[in-house]
Design a protein around this ligand. Structure first.
Ligand SMILES: O=C(O)CCC(=O)C(=O)O
Length: 283
């Protein structure tokens, strides 16, 4: 049974994003939520405790290789959803971090994060490569809770829009004048997949609850690139952040020092690159 319906595909074409409900079971969500609080060393029941390192303003949590994260990455429904977008099952998964964005509070102004909109692509490049990104809602996330937001349909209108922009525009941040930014609320377990040409980001958390999410994306496996494959295997084994990440990594090195290498299913091994999806054509 396909994960994405005809309507989902039509929504994807029109808007450049799609929501996959119940992408993983509730126990997988709870496992990541519990791990995040433990990793942060914070009390989930004490909001006063949420405004300090190791997460930074904006709430990015630099945990990458925990079993609970891998259990979602290697969940078949998540893989199927990305396969249907890419039109191939031969995918690799990203080693992405998580997010705990605390509520905005008048007495914690230095932690106020107004949200942002950006691209993770160089929009000066031609052609702009097709790429997708994804975020899994770990808890119900209302529209004003600091979750995902984007300029819907921008993947269709970008080339026309760009003609109206100055040559020295920022290739990674659009001038939002005249553009609609849509906030996408989510239920716990919703996986939001978006086309990377959508300008996107997350919003301000104006509620009294933290925004909790895990980033996951997939892309066609690069099995011919043996060096990259080995780097990925090493990152999993030694519990390292992804190579080339713009984020500095957890300064405490908790995963490396005290973590346990995640166990992978047969699917997980292929999504990592430990096992090949099939014969690799060589030129
Ligand atoms: O937090 C989100 O939902 C979006 C994060 C984002 O902009 C990104 O991963 O590039």
């Amino acid at each position: 049974m396909p994960v994405l319906s005809e309507q989902d595909h039509a929504f994807w074409e029109e808007n450049g994003y799609v929501v996959v409900p119940e992408a993983v079971p509730p126990e997988n969500l709870k496992a990541v939520v519990d791990v995040l609080w433990t990793f942060l060393g914070m009390d989930p029941n004490d909001p006063d405790d949420w405004y300090r390192e190791p997460h930074r303003k904006g709430g990015m949590v630099e945990i990458y290789q925990h079993q609970a994260l891998w259990n979602n990455r290697q969940h078949p429904r998540i893989h199927r959803a990305f396969s249907e977008i890419w039109g191939t099952e031969r995918l690799w998964v990203s080693f992405d971090r998580a997010n705990m964005k605390p509520p905005t509070r008048p007495d914690k102004q230095e932690w106020d994060h107004p949200g942002f909109i950006h691209w993770d692509l160089d929009t000066f490049a031609r052609p702009i490569p097709f790429k997708v990104q994804g975020v899994l809602c770990l808890t119900d996330t209302s529209e004003d809770q600091g979750g995902f937001q984007c300029v819907p349909g921008f993947h269709r209108t970008f080339e026309e829009w760009v003609k109206t922009q100055p040559e020295d525009r920022d290739p990674r941040r659009p001038d939002l004048t005249g553009l609609e930014v849509r906030k996408a609320p989510g239920k716990a377990g919703d996986l939001i997949i978006w086309h990377s040409l959508l300008a996107h980001g997350n919003g301000r958390n104006a509620t009294d609850r933290p925004r909790l999410a895990q980033y996951i994306t997939m892309f066609p496996s690069r099995e011919k690139n043996e060096e990259e494959r080995q780097r990925r295997i090493r990152a999993w084994q030694e519990r390292l952040p992804p190579i080339g990440s713009a984020f500095p990594g957890d300064p405490r090195g908790i995963e490396q020092k005290h973590g346990k290498t995640a166990e992978l299913t047969e699917l997980g091994k292929k999504l990592l690159g430990l096992e090949l999806w099939g014969p690799v054509e060589t030129a």
